[in-house]
Design a protein. Structure first.
Length: 408
């Protein structure tokens, strides 16, 4: 019987009671209203209970996985704040989700909170000893520390991840990075070649890294300063000064080519040297700078100049035309051939973006003619105002060294 059938029966009973004098018409109407409200409430509860019984239970693990995936995407994009929020939400949903702790470890490492980062990576492994992502995160954290004594442990972590999942792209890519950091270039190249030859999110990155690795082998840094500079994307004047003294060993070259600069003879030469030394001592903006001693040395040698206000501007970026001018200055300084300063003046320009009247034209042409620098292979432009990376600078110095050795 439906609701309206029950209402009819109750209504009939109440009317008979009223006709017999048991209830007043007012009380009858009030009772009917309360009964209707009660039945409506009962129907509402029954319907909603039925719906609640049909609702499926929430899969918190699946939701946590979604947040971790979102967090890793944010890591790839360099959005570390968003990554942290996603990983923390995953942990709130599932406190035992290992990959969420692994993600937090990466965020902490990016913030250079390495001690905590290692703790979270270890916690991820404790949560799930069969998680490749947990071991990969630990390896990445150790790699980000950039400490030689941590590289072996980083490789062990990546190897464990690959033992659990031989096709884990993350572990393969960052193991290659670690091997390259250890200067095991051939081993790193093998792993990168695998990633570059198959579809996947590391295909393009691995291809670029392979090209960088080949350039790194060309650069072959030999000093701690050189090895530090290979990762510099835009060289500063201070960086260049340090490279000239350490990697090129400019003081030794100058002394070998021009022994009189340091010998007792030639009073005029010594006077000129004294002027350079005075100029180096007078620099106004490098006191306490990490490259102070190298800067004073290159200025004293005459390889780099100071500005009219006696500043060196150590943190100013080096453009390609600045680098070419410095290379020209070094060649003249070491060889003593002053004619190189104007060797190409009056000749037509071979570069669509460098006029022959440009003040760096001679230096640019000299560097390209000697193979020290190269124009853009696609356009032929020299790109005067582009930054100079650490790898580019090192490759140029290697080529310059070869030229200077040939003329010795």
């Amino acid at each position: 019987m439906d609701f309206w059938g029950w209402q009819g029966i109750v209504n009939d009973m109440l009317e008979k009671s009223a006709s017999c004098g048991i209830l007043s018409p007012f009380l009858v109407e009030l009772a009917m209203r309360k009964f209707i409200i009660f039945l409506l409430f009962a129907v509402f509860v029954l319907v909603n209970c039925s719906r609640m019984q049909k609702r499926q239970p929430v899969d918190v693990s699946a939701q946590a996985e979604d947040y971790v995936e979102s967090g890793m995407q944010a890591v790839e994009e360099g959005n570390w704040k968003e990554a942290a929020l996603s990983f923390n939400q995953a942990i709130r949903l599932d406190a035992d989700y290992a990959e969420a702790y692994a993600g937090i470890a990466l965020v902490l490492a990016e913030r250079r909170q390495f001690h905590k980062a290692v703790e979270y990576a270890e916690k991820a492994i404790q949560k799930d000893t069969r998680s490749p992502q947990a071991y990969t995160a630990k390896g990445r954290v150790l790699l980000m520390m950039q400490k030689p004594d941590q590289m072996a442990a980083a490789l062990q972590a990546f190897d464990k991840a690959l033992q659990l999942d031989p096709n884990n792209d993350d572990a393969l890519f960052f193991k290659a990075q670690t091997l390259a950091w250890q200067e095991k270039y051939d081993e790193a190249a093998k792993l990168l070649t695998v990633l570059a030859s198959q579809p996947g999110r590391y295909k393009n990155k691995a291809t670029r890294q392979l090209a960088f690795l080949r350039r790194l082998q060309q650069a072959s840094p030999k000093t701690p300063i050189g090895k530090k500079m290979v990762n510099v994307e835009a060289m500063t004047r201070a960086d260049l000064a340090a490279l000239l003294v350490e990697e090129l060993d400019l003081p030794t070259l100058v002394n070998r080519r021009n022994p009189n600069l340091y010998g007792p003879a030639y009073k005029s030469v010594k006077q000129a040297e004294q002027k350079k030394s005075d100029r180096a001592a007078a620099i106004t903006d490098i006191q306490g700078h990490w490259a102070e001693s190298w800067i004073r040395e290159v200025v004293r040698l005459g390889a780099m100049d100071i500005f009219p206000d006696k500043s060196f501007r150590p943190d100013e970026k080096v453009r390609r035309m600045d680098f070419a001018l410095t290379m020209q200055q070094v060649i003249i300084l070491v060889t003593g051939n002053r004619s190189l300063d104007t060797a190409f003046i009056g000749m037509p320009s071979q570069f669509p973006d460098v006029k022959k009247s440009h003040y760096a034209f001679n230096a640019v042409t000299l560097c390209v003619e000697r193979g020290i620098m190269a124009p853009d292979p696609q356009t032929g432009e020299f790109r005067l105002n582009d930054d100079v990376s650490g790898v580019d600078a090192l490759i140029s110095l290697r080529k310059l060294q070869a030229i200077l050795n040939e003329t010795s």
